[in-house]
Design a protein around this ligand. Structure first.
Ligand SMILES: Cc1cc2nc3c(=O)[nH]c(=O)nc-3n(C[C@H](O)[C@H](O)[C@H](O)COP(=O)(O)O)c2cc1C
Length: 200
């Protein structure tokens, strides 16, 4: 197959890492922002931005509140999809996969790396639940600040979600809308990847 240049290589995670590294110096904000899609119990889709924090050997990881809407939808379906789009590079990466929680030492380490205010904010926010006022949230922050002290532990309801892809598509803008698309698919995590070029 004529897969060369920015699409070359046998490891889709290495390609994703290379594209993100290219986007980092040119994208004005959050080059690691992904639009994360989930579905609710009725199959109604939902989408929101989150930050992609790790591209592992075989998976993608972001962090969130497990009690949030997305957290509940992922817990129920065990699946998620996301897209990364870089306007500066005119490229996108699409991922569909199965999910698992990352709530071990890796999540503790990432939590500990965040600013103290962010760590306390994670404790204070019942993410996605109605909030009576901003003042109520700030009061909650003050309360958890007093309770947790200067080194808060990671909240048990907050941590990573790992997406193990069954499908990854790399897309790059081409002249006259003749874009390049390569879709990597596999039947399961232990199965080999198949790569196909797709019509734009
Ligand atoms: C650029 C950007 C990055 C964001 N990153 C995260 C994130 O990493 N984790 C997170 O829980 N929410 C993040 N958010 C907020 C989410 O978009 C969303 O509002 C929140 O997680 C609640 O979503 P839910 O009600 O569907 O669970 C981010 C928003 C933006 C615009």
């Amino acid at each position: 197959m004529d897969r060369s240049g920015i699409f070359a290589g046998d490891d889709p995670f290495a390609i994703a890492r290379a594209w993100l590294a290219e986007a980092e110096p040119v994208e004005p904000n959050d080059p690691n922002a992904i639009a994360l899609a989930t579905v609710d119990a009725e199959g109604m889709p939902n989408v929101r931005m989150v930050l992609l924090k790790e591209i592992e050997a075989d998976a993608f990881v972001f962090y969130t509140n497990y009690g949030s809407k997305k957290g509940q939808e992922i817990a129920a379906s065990g699946k998620a999809a996301f897209v990364l789009h870089w306007k500066s590079l005119r490229r996108q990466i699409r991922v569909r996969g199965v999910t698992e929680r990352e709530e071990g030492p890796q999540a503790d380490e990432y939590y500990a790396s965040r600013s103290l205010k962010s760590r306390l904010g994670a404790w204070a926010s019942r993410q996605s639940e109605p909030l009576s006022s901003r003042a109520a949230l700030l009061a909650e922050v003050a309360k958890v600040t007093a309770q947790q002290g200067p080194i808060p532990r990671r909240p048990p309801f907050w941590g990573g979600i790992r997406i193990r892809p069954v499908e990854i598509e790399f897309w790059a803008d081409g002249q006259f809308r003749l874009h390049d698309r390569f879709r990597w698919t596999r039947g399961g995590n232990d199965k080999p990847w198949t790569v196909e070029r797709l019509n734009p």
